[in-house]
Design a binder for this molecule. Structure first.
Ligand SMILES: C[S@@+](CC[C@H](N)C(=O)[O-])C[C@H]1O[C@@H](n2cnc3c(N)ncnc32)[C@H](O)[C@@H]1O
Length: 217
């Protein structure tokens, strides 16, 4: 796909997400919990049910999984949960400036085992930088996987990142246990929790990149 067309498509996806996110954030004052790659929705539905004091958003790339998730939360009669078809990188760009995530779960994220595919893993240093600008101070990131190499990779990135502080298991126990679909298939898993450090400038304070003047100007 030509670069200009790809850029136009991304811009239109972000605009569409922005339009869908604005009313969600306008309609709540609750702290927001995000699940990235919410899959079949079991975890976040149970979490929202147990935490009526939170507003929960589950995002995923697979529409069918989101539809199943929505059916679950509707059956449970939940009003503090929403599901969105979104890539997390675009989601972060589309969040309203005044939105600050309190908590983020990334559970059994695709491990992309081959080295040449590692760039597709959700947890990257650039991702943690973008996430930090969209999180409240002391927001927590809860990561769990059954893939030992991805666990080490993600934990090392979080440990070395200036915007995040890795918590010890004793300081911060796993906040909510519920077996996800992919957890059920796994023999074992490992988890870490990181807290966003204070002092990360909110996204509204970051200068937008300068855009070249269009040819019609
Ligand atoms: C292995 S599944 C795990 C699903 C669920 N968390 C569980 O434990 O059962 C990973 C999910 O992440 C979603 N996903 C992968 N990359 C994503 C991205 N960049 N943004 C949003 N979701 C993503 C996939 O579509 C998939 O449903």
């Amino acid at each position: 796909m030509p670069l200009e067309l790809a850029q136009a498509l991304t811009a239109s996806r972000i605009a569409d997400l922005r339009a869908r996110l604005a009313p969600l954030f306008a309609g709540t004052t609750l702290p927001v919990t995000l699940e990235v790659g919410s899959g079949h929705g079991h975890y976040l539905t149970a979490y929202a049910q147990a935490h009526p004091e939170r507003f929960c958003i589950g995002i995923d790339l697979i529409p069918d999984r989101l539809e199943r998730s929505a059916r679950k939360s509707t059956r449970a009669g939940l009003s503090n949960i929403a599901w969105l078809h979104a890539d997390v990188r675009l989601f972060l760009e589309a969040l309203p400036d005044n939105a600050h995530l309190a908590e983020v779960f990334i559970l059994f994220s695709d491990p992309w085992p081959k080295r040449r595919h590692w760039k597709n893993r959700v947890v990257q240093s650039e991702f943690l930088t973008a996430l930090a600008t969209r999180c409240a101070p002391e927001a927590r990131l809860c990561f769990r996987t059954d893939h030992a190499p991805y666990f080490s990779y993600a934990r090392d990135i979080a440990a070395e990142h200036p915007d995040w502080r890795l918590c010890s298991e004793f300081e911060e126990p796993w906040p909510f246990e519920l077996v996800t679909v992919f957890q059920q298939r796994a023999d074992s898993h490992q988890s870490f929790i990181a807290r966003r450090r204070a002092g990360v400038p909110p996204v509204s304070a970051i200068e937008p990149p300068s855009t070249p003047a269009s040819s019609s100007e």
